[in-house]
Design a binder for this molecule. Structure first.
Ligand SMILES: Nc1ncnc2c1ncn2[C@@H]1O[C@H](COP(=O)(O)OP(=O)(O)OP(=O)(O)O)[C@@H](O)[C@H]1O
Length: 603
């Protein structure tokens, strides 16, 4: 709470990136959104035309009704009014029908697209665990920022294009009656539809730019304050944390108030513009000797047209408020929106060949590399452990392999193809497993497991859970597989949570299984048993990259790589490494003595 969790991510390792952990900024988020909207363009175009037809029907209704009323005052023969009477009825009915179909078509198109965008955002967050660290912020991205994409289309682009189209038609129609009046109308429409929206945008831009990050920060506060409540209380820091969150909330209220006040002022200006334009049009028409009835038509038509153009003020205001959220979604999707390399067969879950060649990762320019010239060959079926002191670069290696961190130098290939050539959603089928701080969802045991392999049957669930050492516990629960595990697995012990996450990884069974500290939180005896059963449960031909701080249970692995400060300092099999002087032997002797002591003292 007092300090945000350390941000991380591939951005820090790429020269084009912004702050580490934050996706790179995109120059035009709207362009990214439009690219995402491309498959739905025909539906959106249909919605835009329907919106324009609705507005046009409204404008025509006002003009025709005015003509009808003013003409009727002169008591003409009824047959002269029949067409207008029918037109008024038809326009009144069609406006309602058109509005309904426009809403239906617009929402249909946008909701289809949003489903797609949400899935992409979720897949990107899921595939880049380092971005997921800020769960409150991530949640805000998923909820409000994706809604910004929806609002950009429904509340900005569709109404704005409809308003522009109808304004042009209105000026054209007025020009048929009086070019001078049409000129006055055009000026009024330009003020209402261009100058006022630009003014509203300029006045609200700064406040709006502050709004989305502030909402994100408040979401992080909410998560930190609830999840970290016990720790904050233990350190007597609750008051301080609440104060900081309160300060942000008050700032948010001030900004919202300022935006609302500016909005009201611009709305008032809009009403003024509407009245002035109508007056100018009437004067111009009178000066041009236009018939009295048509002057009335022009006056009321002007009021209706300006009101339609004023929708652009709302659209402009919405747009500024949406920009920050749009930028974040666009930046997040920037990499995944890029089309995948074509021509290759999709990657499957079967055996794969992985190669690291001279891989160097640096999180920040000028910082020491987290991985430094790392080489490794992981052919199908090979099991390799990576060990080393804290901060040696082990988790970074896992992050590189799962595609969430990109190397600054060197190359990682899967079946001979660079990892970055795979689509965001494609890689997890081939490479995955148990990453650091695996997330357990507030759902049942079954639902948490099925995330690994949707559609798995009960035997498969039982096999994976047994290998992780959790099956007995599941069977003891009154609700069995349907036991709810609580928020972040809060109703489980640390060890049970870890076993559940491990079972999920085993059920997913990717061809390259990455296990980052799979036995963390288990006592030494349980850790040995779980590691042995996990390795035994891995299908033949599937390779394993095991990251571990414990050196026990590694005797059967094909290779052990010792990392220190990002460099490989030792590599070989367990027996070779314990025989040679170095970090591995020292650590092995220390851990062995400590665990023997623990086992001896156990009741
Ligand atoms: N997201 C990040 N942003 C900046 N630096 C990072 C990030 N993640 C790791 N590092 C740095 O990279 C180095 C390697 O970290 P890494 O987490 O890979 O080590 P590790 O061997 O897994 O450590 P541990 O055993 O403690 O988990 C460390 O110096 C760490 O501070």
């Amino acid at each position: 709470m007092t300090e945000a969790p350390r941000p991380a991510g591939d951005a820090g390792t790429r020269p084009d990136a912004g702050a580490p952990g934050e996706p790179a900024r995109v120059r035009s988020p709207e362009r990214t959104v439009l690219r995402l909207a491309r498959p739905y363009l025909d539906r959106l175009l249909g919605a835009g035309l329907l919106a324009a037809a609705t507005e046009f029907a409204g404008l025509a209704l006002m003009a025709t009704a005015t003509w009808l009323l003013m003409s009727a005052a002169g008591r003409p023969p009824l047959d002269r009014l029949t067409v207008a009477i029918v037109a008024v009825r038809a326009l009144a009915v069609s406006r309602g029908v058109l509005r309904y179909t426009e809403r239906l078509a617009g929402h249909d198109a946008v909701l289809r697209m949003i489903t797609d965008v949400r899935a992409r955002v979720f897949a990107t967050l899921a595939a880049r665990p380092t971005l997921r660290q800020r769960s409150g912020d991530a949640l805000s991205r998923l909820v409000s920022d994706v809604e910004a994409v929806q609002d950009l289309l429904l509340r900005v682009l569709v109404p704005a294009s409809a308003a522009a189209l109808v304004s042009a038609v209105a000026v054209g129609g007025a020009a048929l009656i009086s070019p001078a009046a049409a000129g006055a109308l055009a000026v009024g429409l330009l003020v209402a539809g261009v100058a006022l929206p630009a003014l509203a945008t300029a006045l609200t831009r700064r406040a709006a730019a502050e709004l989305a990050p502030l909402r994100g920060a408040l979401a992080v506060d909410a998560v930190d304050l609830t999840h970290g409540a016990a720790d904050l209380a233990a350190f007597g820091a609750t008051g301080h944390a609440l104060e900081a969150a309160d300060r942000r909330a008050r700032r948010l209220v001030r900004l919202e108030r300022r935006l609302a006040a500016t909005g009201f002022a611009v709305d008032a200006a809009g009403v003024l513009v509407s009245g002035l334009t109508s007056g100018a049009v009437v004067l111009a028409a009178l000066a041009a000797d236009v018939d009295g009835v048509l002057v009335g038509v022009l006056a009321v038509g002007t009021l209706a047209a300006v009101e339609i153009a004023l929708a652009l003020v709302g659209a402009g205001r919405q747009w500024t408020q949406l920009r920050a959220g749009l930028s974040r979604v666009a930046a997040l999707l920037g990499s995944s929106a890029a089309p995948p390399e074509s021509g290759d067969t999709p990657v499957g879950p079967g055996p794969h060949d992985v190669r690291f060649a001279e891989v160097t990762v640096r999180y920040r320019k000028g910082a020491a590399p987290a991985l430094d010239g790392f080489d490794l060959h992981l052919p199908p079926g090979r099991r390799v452990a990576v060990v080393g002191p804290s901060g040696a670069g082990k988790s970074t290696l896992a992050a590189v392999l799962t595609g969430s961190v990109r190397p600054e130098r060197g190359q990682v290939t899967l079946d001979g193809r660079d990892l970055s050539a795979y689509r965001a959603g494609e890689l997890p089928r081939a490479v995955g497993g148990l990453l650091a701080e695996a997330y357990v969802f507030h759902a049942t045991v079954r639902e948490n497991l099925l995330l690994g392999r949707p559609g798995a049957d009960e035997d498969e669930l039982a096999a994976a859970t047994a290998a992780a050492g959790l099956l007995d516990w599941v069977r003891e629960q009154p609700d069995g597989w349907d036991t709810v595990v609580g928020e972040e697995g809060g109703q489980l012990s640390g060890g049970q949570r870890q076993r559940l996450a491990l079972a999920r990884a085993l059920l997913a069974a990717p061809g390259v299984l990455v296990l980052d500290e799979p036995t963390e939180g288990l006592d030494p005896a349980a850790a040995d048993a779980v590691l042995a059963s996990t390795l035994a449960a891995t299908p033949a031909g599937h390779s394993v990259l095991l990251i571990s701080h414990r050196l026990s249970g590694l005797a059967d692995l094909d290779e052990i790589v010792v990392l220190d400060a990002g460099r490989v300092v030792q590599r070989g099999r367990h027996a070779e490494l314990v025989a040679a002087p170095g970090w591995y032997r020292d650590q092995w002797l220390l851990q062995d003595a400590a665990e023997r002591g623990y086992l001896a003292l156990r009741p």
